[in-house]
Design a protein around this ligand. Sequence first.
Ligand code: GLC
Length: 436
Amino acid sequence: MDDIKKRAIQVLNKNWRDGFTIPCEGLYPFQWKWDSGFIAIGLAHFNLERAKNEISTLLDAQWENGFIPHIVFHNDSDSYFPGPDFHRSYLHPKASKKYRSTGLTQPPVLGFVLQKLYQIAKDKENVLKFIKSNIDKVYANHLYFYANRDPNKEGLVYIYHNWESGTDNSPMWDEIINTMDSPEYTFERRDTSHVDPEQRPSKREYDHYLHILEIAKNHKYNDKKIAQLSPFLVQDPLFNSMLIKSNEALIDLYRLIGDENEKINTLKSWQTKAIKQFNDKLFDKELGAYIHFNLRSEKPIRMISSSSFTPLFANIPSEERADILIDTLMKRFGTKDQYLCASFDPTNEFYNPKKYWRGPVWINLNWILYHGLKNYRYLEIAGRIKKDSIELIDKFGFYEYFDPDKKRSIENEHGYGGENFSWTAALILDMLNEKT
Ligand code: GLC
């Protein structure tokens, strides 16, 4: 175990740039929002100052309206497409003047990340000071979501692009993406020169991804216009679970720092509404799992992915519902020949164990599920997720994603996507430091 810890620290050291950590050399050469959050958790185990630096750099790129972008382009790199010249975040009047970024966001992890830093750090005074000076920025980010991403005032926020979900190429998005009538764009992909094209999305899929962005850019990334016009408008259980978990963390942290303010009441009212609506709208009784909802067509997307189980992390289901959820998880994802946890339902026809978010195991989702299962005292399954994560990394390395099929994984002797991937390193470090 000590050897994995040592290697994890090496990966994080190698990927550190001046003030932030890249997710992966070559493939992802900038700062990504939810990566940074997960990375900071790992950093806190051996270098609190750097963990704080990671988060402050990200927050420094926050827009005046509270929005935090999904990529901050700190440097010029031609190894990535689409870069800053395509995204042109400055079109939005409230965009950061200091940093170039995208006009997309990613799951709101920062609330619970701040709380994790507090739990991990030995120097509590030091981290409390940091929390005091940053907590309002995270709150402002949540305020942005509820004010701008919830047009029907339901307590659930939408994402307008698959790249906002974090689970970029999931079959969840197929129907929306494949029925779009996008023009053919001319561009040069960079990802496929780093990773086998078999493990990445197709050119036509990229056309659609760019097309959604063109619509947003044509309207200067105006949220109201996006809500009216974007062909992609989805309430995602993973994204909303992260927001709800972060709301909970902010309530605890405001109390901890002795700042009993109005914000706690607002956070509490968001929580009550969000959790109720989440359970009423996003639980599919027949499937026994939480699902995505297509807000554009007003129809549920009735498929299961690892995102379907993330509400456990945010204490959303009742105990009874958690039992149902875990039954679904174990029947479909948890048979003996599989590593936990595939990112998409292995019994579904669109499952692909090699391709990006269409099946492979991702360590950040494993980390979320591990904690979710512990919340509900499913300690044995939580233990299995931890054991599987350690085994995958120990046997194959710090990959971006892994084949859930045990036999094939062992035959291949490697994972998929990028190598020396930062959140894989950061989160295994965190799991290894947990007692159970
Ligand atoms: C991929 C993932 C996304 C992640 C990014 C950087 O695009 O789908 O979740 O944030 O890589 O690691």
